[in-house]
Design a protein around this ligand. Sequence first.
Ligand code: BDR
Ligand code: CA
Length: 323
Amino acid sequence: MSVTASRPLLMDCDTGIDDAVALLYLCQTPGVDLRAVTTVAGNTSAERAALNTLQVLEAAGRTGVPVAAGADATLRGVVNADASFVHGDGGLGGVHLPAPAAAPDPRHAVDLIIDTARKAGGDLHILATAPLTNLALALREEPRLPELVSHVTVMGGAVHHPGNISAVAEANIGNDPEAAALVLAAGWDLTLVPLDVTMRENLTEAHRQRLLATGTPVSRLAGEILDFYFAFHEQTALPFRGSACHDPLAAGIAVGEVTPKLAPRVHVTVDTADGAARGALVADTRGLYRGYPEQPGANAVVVLETDGTFPELLVDRLCQVRK
Ligand code: BDR
Ligand code: CA
């Protein structure tokens, strides 16, 4: 497997343990042209996520990537930025890292998204691994954004899988459903990477021990922060000590290293009503038994099956020494 092309990439995230592992993977993957990182409230506040991002990038030896903080509340104005029970105090599993040498970019994340898209001349790929508030605000600010962006890959949603913040809603979509609905309706090329696949690509304690034993700054950091994440998953979601691979899998798909086994293009929207299904993805998968024939009005490629081998590749990559 290899990275398809060095398309300029912007990651919008809420760093977060698995966002951090995804960032480390991107930094370790030759050919990835990471132009900027923007942060949003989700796993922690947008400001904290920006500092976490700088710390992670610096641990990977990557300086000079602008990192800007963005929305600290949803489109409805809800401040909902404490997932410390999942990601630990501060968002990185309670692991203490040196204060970053660089400061966050002074621009608001929305401005950095728009500026980066304009500079990339239509080639920018956006990888979103957090609530979609920044992207929705960027669309409001620059309605031509879909023309300036080549592709958007979003980790989020649950199609034929239970949710993780309610029976049916997944965190990145369900924590700002109005934003997700805007992003899905924007008319750009979009790939969704839902829990259906991210819950089935599992990191294990054996992987974590290999990361720790390898002992490079990157592998050690990944191994240390995953400790808290594994405990959360073992207590709440998985029948073993390990974790899902949410944001890293979306990163692998975004850069073309993971080729989905099943990824139909279908119509997808989000339930924004105030009922039991608020924040659920509504994906029209009625083509299930007919090989998903072409669907008029389809607006997203939804990844429904991958082969389960990404965690091995991820750990190999995190253990590599980059020259
Ligand atoms: C998503 O929610 C966050 O906690 C993770 O970082 C991931 O992006 C999974 O539902
Ligand atoms: Ca995330």
